[in-house]
Design a protein around this ligand. Structure first.
Ligand SMILES: Nc1ncnc2c1ncn2[C@@H]1O[C@H](COP(=O)(O)OP(=O)(O)OP(=O)(O)O)[C@@H](O)[C@H]1O
Ligand SMILES: [Mg+2]
Length: 285
């Protein structure tokens, strides 16, 4: 708790919490109403790292879209800091699975983009963009174009871009889902380091149980039909986290059991290696 308060006062500005009360979201398609989220209650503290985990179609992206203001609640309320979540603003940094970089801009100019929109003067823009490229260890690639970068590098640029205009809240939708396992592990570590340095509130969607246990303060497990919270687990492990430690694998196993409605999976599968990135059933490959 103390650590979180310290992070909220970090040099990269204020972090904001999110308050979700009795949220339901319906989609109307072809005259039919589909309930995507039902009665979701969740309080996210400033500077907290929360992972949303659950099967495909349980409403994780919908929830991020409501927090970012792209989708309106059907019932209930969502507040970011003191404000109701409404029309999208740059106040919320968003990183998606697809890299979504402008192909005609260099890495540097991509990172500068958000600050151009917010009217940051050019010299400051340049300095901050270089600072955040250095944070994701890409300062030597500042003048490279997206097609000259690997998938992992592009996603690092996207993270730098989201952070550079100092949003109080970072929303990430399977940001490493398209990357190979090695790059993914590397970027999880990098993101964890960046989070500790910047103290941003992060809401992070993943299908990957190990990733959630590695990154999160709390893991929110969803179930589907209609999408709702099944359980919330406090991770409570020291950082940096040791993915091979007994505490880690035990917790990973607990979350796996919860997600799959099964008893401890490691007991069911004695040959399973302790550190395996376990996708949730129904996840897209
Ligand atoms: N714009 C939309 N119009 C109609 N239905 C939608 C829309 N967006 C999502 N849905 C439906 O709402 C449900 C939740 O979708 P959502 O994308 O939030 O799930 P998700 O948990 O992010 O899934 P995934 O893990 O596959 O990304 C799904 O059944 C989906 O078909
Ligand atoms: Mg999704």
């Amino acid at each position: 708790m103390v650590a979180r308060k310290q992070k909220a006062r970090s040099r990269h500005g204020q972090a904001e919490g999110v308050s979700i009360r009795e949220l339901s979201v319906d989609y109307d398609t072809e005259g039919k109403t589909f309930r995507a989220l039902s009665q979701v209650d969740l309080e996210i503290e400033p500077s907290e790292f929360v992972c949303l985990l659950g099967p495909s179609g349980c409403g994780k992206t919908t929830l991020l879209n409501v927090i970012s203001g792209f989708v309106a609640p059907t019932t209930g309320t969502v507040r970011v800091g003191d404000e109701p979540a409404r029309s999208p603003t740059l106040a919320r940094g968003v990183v998606f699975q697809e890299y979504a970089l402008f192909p005609w801009r260099t890495a540097l100019r991509n990172v500068e983009f958000g600050m151009e929109v917010t009217g940051t003067p050019k010299p400051e823009r340049h300095e901050r963009a270089m600072e955040f490229l250095a944070l994701v260890r890409l300062d030597t690639f500042a003048h490279a174009y997206p097609h000259e970068l690997s998938g992992g590098m592009k996603q690092r640029v996207a993270i730098a871009r989201a952070l550079a205009y100092d949003p109080p809240l970072l929303l990430m939708d399977e940001p490493f889902g398209a990357l190979d396992a090695f790059t993914r592990d590397e970027l999880q570590q990098l993101l964890s380091d960046i989070w500790q340095k910047t103290g941003k509130t992060v809401v992070y969607v993943t299908h990957n149980i190990s990733e959630a246990v590695f990154l999160a303060d709390r893991v929110v497990v969803f179930e589907g039909n209609p999408g709702r919270i099944k359980d919330v687990l406090e991770v409570g492990l020291e950082r940096p986290r040791n993915v091979f430690g007994t505490d880690f694998t035990e917790l990973e196993s607990r979350v796996t059991g919860l997600v799959h409605d099964a008893p401890d999976r490691q007991q069911q599968q004695p040959g399973r290696p302790a550190h395996t990135r376990t996708p949730v059933e129904g996840a897209q490959p």
